[in-house]
Design a protein around this ligand. Structure first.
Ligand SMILES: C[S@@+](CC[C@H](N)C(=O)[O-])C[C@H]1O[C@@H](n2cnc3c(N)ncnc32)[C@H](O)[C@@H]1O
Length: 224
C-alpha cells in the first residue's frame, strides 16, 4: 500500500453535529419531509440520505450547471429534492426511478412543497428496465445511484455510456456501514457493493474517488 500522508478524521457524534451545524442549514421542507418519513416509515427512514450529503449533492448539481439528471432509488424524495434544486431552473430535469408507489407518493407531495415538481419525472418500475428503455440519445450530466445494492453494477453499465464528458455519477452506501472490509460478511448486498467498487475502479471510462460522506459516497467523473 502507498504511504498515507494523512487520513480522514473519524467522526464522533459531537463532531458530526458540528459539521452539520456549519453547513448550509436544512430548510423547513426537507426537515418536515425527514420528520414525516420517520413517522410514517420508522423502519425505513434510515434509507434517507443525511443533511450534509443533500447539501453536497445540491452544490454538485449547481457546480456542474447540470441540466439532465437521473436518480435510481427515490424513496420519499429527500435526495431528489436536493438534486432538483441544484439543476438549471429554466430547463433542468430529473428522471426519478423507483418501484414503490407508496413511498414515492410522499415524494410527489414534497416535490410540490419544494417547488420542484415541474422538473421531476417519476418512472415506477425496476430501474434497470427503465434505464434500458431510454432512447439511445438520452444523456445525463449527473446521476445518483441509491437503490438495491445487488443492482449497482447493472445501473453503472447502463449509466456510464449515457454520461456526458465531465458528467458525474454519485453512488451511495459504498462502505456498506463498514462491512465491505469484513471478510466474514457475505450478505448479497455487501458483495454487490464490493463488486460495484471493484468495477468502478477498473473502469477506464471514469475517474473515481470514494468520499467518507454518510455511508460512503463514490463520485465518478466521465472522462472527457
Ligand atoms: C435507499 S432508498 C433511496 C433513498 C433516497 N435516495 C433518499 O435519499 O431518500 C432505496 C430505494 O430504492 C428503491 N428500489 C429498490 N429496488 C429497486 C429497483 N430494482 N428499481 C428501482 N428502485 C428500487 C426502493 O423502493 C427505495 O425507495
Amino acid at each position: 500500500m502507498a504511504a498515507v500522508t494523512r487520513t480522514t478524521e473519524s467522526l464522533t457524534p459531537e463532531l458530526y453535529e458540528y459539521l452539520v451545524a456549519h453547513s448550509a442549514p436544512v430548510d423547513p421542507v426537507l426537515r418536515d419531509l425527514a420528520d414525516e418519513t420517520a413517522r410514517l416509515f420508522p423502519d425505513s427512514v434510515g434509507m434517507q440520505i443525511g443533511p450534509e450529503q443533500g447539501t453536497f449533492m445540491t452544490m454538485m448539481a449547481r457546480t456542474l450547471r447540470a441540466r439532465d439528471a437521473v436518480e435510481v432509488g427515490t424513496f420519499t424524495g429527500y435526495s431528489s429534492i436536493c438534486l432538483a434544486r441544484g439543476l438549471d431552473s429554466r430547463n433542468g430535469s430529473l428522471l426519478a426511478c423507483d418501484v414503490s408507489e407508496e413511498w414515492t407518493d410522499v415524494a410527489r407531495r414534497y416535490w410540490d412543497l419544494a417547488g420542484v415538481a415541474d422538473r421531476i419525472e417519476l418512472r415506477l418500475g425496476p430501474a434497470l428496465e427503465t434505464l434500458q428503455a431510454l432512447p439511445a440519445a438520452r444523456a445525463f450530466d449527473l446521476a445518483f445511484i441509491d437503490a438495491d445494492k445487488t443492482g449497482y453494477v447493472g445501473y453503472w453499465e447502463e449509466l456510464v455510456p449515457r454520461m456526458r464528458p465531465g458528467g458525474i455519477i454519485l453512488v451511495d452506501n459504498t462502505l456498506s456501514h463498514g462491512r465491505v472490509v469484513d471478510p466474514a460478511e457475505d450478505a448479497p448486498a455487501v458483495q454487490g457493493i464490493r463488486d460495484f467498487n471493484d468495477t468502478a475502479l477498473a473502469d477506464e471510462r471514469t475517474d473515481v474517488v470514494m468520499l467518507p460522506i454518510g455511508d460512503g459516497l463514490t463520485m465518478a467523473r466521465k472522462k472527457d
